[in-house]
Design a protein around this ligand. Structure first.
Ligand code: CMP
Length: 138
């Protein structure tokens, strides 16, 4: 099934000049980038994006981190894009990520884990519309 998913290169990834390597892995996987921009979220915008995690112990720190510097936000498209991109990212905890995945190669911390990807069609719809309007997706 053809799907869209929302991908983020987080502030640690942008600061460490990992935009190129991450985009290469996405393109090598055969996923298409159909929208892309560099943004800097405010704390309030980060809280809104991660609302599903409100109340969890890491919510405050996560939203501080996500508003600490620029991020790249992208819409990826392809067959089973949601699960394929999640597989390419590797586990949230980089110590459990499979070899060859983005987090296995680059993440240094469970929070500063370089990338984010939507986890379901419902979250993809919410997350894509959080950053992009229809005219910005080619
Ligand atoms: P992400 O895939 O963006 O989804 C939620 C984020 O919260 C996660 O990646 C991590 O950056 C961060 N996080 C920090 N601590 C934890 C934790 N214990 N479990 C899950 N996510 C965490």
């Amino acid at each position: 099934m053809k799907q869209q998913t929302l991908a983020i290169i987080k502030p640690d990834g942008v600061a460490r000049k990992l935009i190129g390597p991450v985009v290469s892995k996405i393109e090598n996987e055969g996923l298409s980038i159909t929208a892309m921009k560099l943004i800097r979220m405010t704390k309030e915008q980060a809280k809104g994006f991660y609302k599903v995690h409100e109340g969890k112990p890491f919510y405050g720190s996560l939203t501080d981190f996500m508003s600490s510097g620029p991020c790249v936000v992208m819409v990826l498209e392809g067959e089973d894009a949601i699960s394929r991109y999640r597989k390419l990212m590797g586990a949230t905890d980089y110590r459990k990520a499979d070899p060859g995945t983005i987090r296995w190669e680059y993440a240094t911390d469970i929070e500063k884990n370089v990338v984010h990807g939507s986890d379901s069609p419902e979250s993809a719809a919410f997350e894509i519309s959080y950053f992009f309007n229809a005219l910005e997706i080619v």
